[in-house]
Design a binder for this molecule. Sequence first.
Ligand SMILES: NC(=O)c1ccc[n+]([C@@H]2O[C@H](COP(=O)([O-])OP(=O)(O)OC[C@H]3O[C@@H](n4cnc5c(N)ncnc54)[C@H](OP(=O)(O)O)[C@@H]3O)[C@@H](O)[C@H]2O)c1
Length: 256
Amino acid sequence: MGTLVTHHSGWQGYALANPEKAPLPIVDPDNAPISTAVGVTGMPGQTAYFGLFRVGKPQPGETVVVSAASGAVGATVGQLAKAHGCRVIGVAGGREKCAWCVDEAGFDACVDYRDPTFPAQLAAACPDGVDVYFENVGGAVLEAVAPLLKPTSRIPVCGYISAYNSPSDAVLEAPDAWLKRTVNAELETRFFLVHEWAGEFGEATKALGAMIREGTLKYRETVVEGLEKAPEAFLMLFTGANAGKLLVKVSDRENP
Ligand SMILES: NC(=O)c1ccc[n+]([C@@H]2O[C@H](COP(=O)([O-])OP(=O)(O)OC[C@H]3O[C@@H](n4cnc5c(N)ncnc54)[C@H](OP(=O)(O)O)[C@@H]3O)[C@@H](O)[C@H]2O)c1
């Protein structure tokens, strides 16, 4: 009784679950604040951790660029890469988000993709080119990163949110396929799904929780109160109205 778990049974008050068929990861409140179990110590954090280290394979001293840099996945990628000894450049929408990436999350630089001079600013921030590009958004950001890639670059394709709502087939080509077709067929790039590493999620959750407790992993959360607000909350992801992990709070722990 009273054990906290995460689940994929949907937004509802009660659910019948069979942990033998679908695991119910237990949330340890001593690891980090429980809200992070669906944020930076949960699936988004695991996505950052395994996507960066298993697909991006950064080496200390390399330049890592990450898009949607102030979001749940992107901010974690940047801080993990920084802790690994990399030079980290973020790409985010607007001055406030870019300032947070540099001032709070410790990125070396962050460039606003909405600025008309964005491609030139990104190139100036990456004078030695880009070794790892952690792709979250696709579209115009991908096009600006592409000329900065090296034959040895690694590009983990985590997502491409700029295309999710597109009615046009023309923008639906996945970034890894686009890069191989237009830049270099030999590039080391692949689309990954975090569940590839489901058996190792506990490792990432512990490592990320330890970083939060040490103060070396910063995160933000945008909490929208009430299940009835879920649709408008979801749409915030596509306008960038969220800062950090977007959460819909459906009840209090003490008063479920
Ligand atoms: N492969 C996997 O297993 C896996 C798992 C989890 C998440 N993901 C992907 O990871 C990415 C980040 O997810 P998240 O949960 O951390 O979301 P998030 O970054 O917290 O929120 C999405 C952000 O995307 C940016 N964005 C939206 N439309 C954009 C556009 N047209 N061009 C450029 N940026 C745009 C906005 O930030 P700005 O204000 O900075 O524009 C927005 O805040 C998503 O693509 C998601 O699908 C993949």
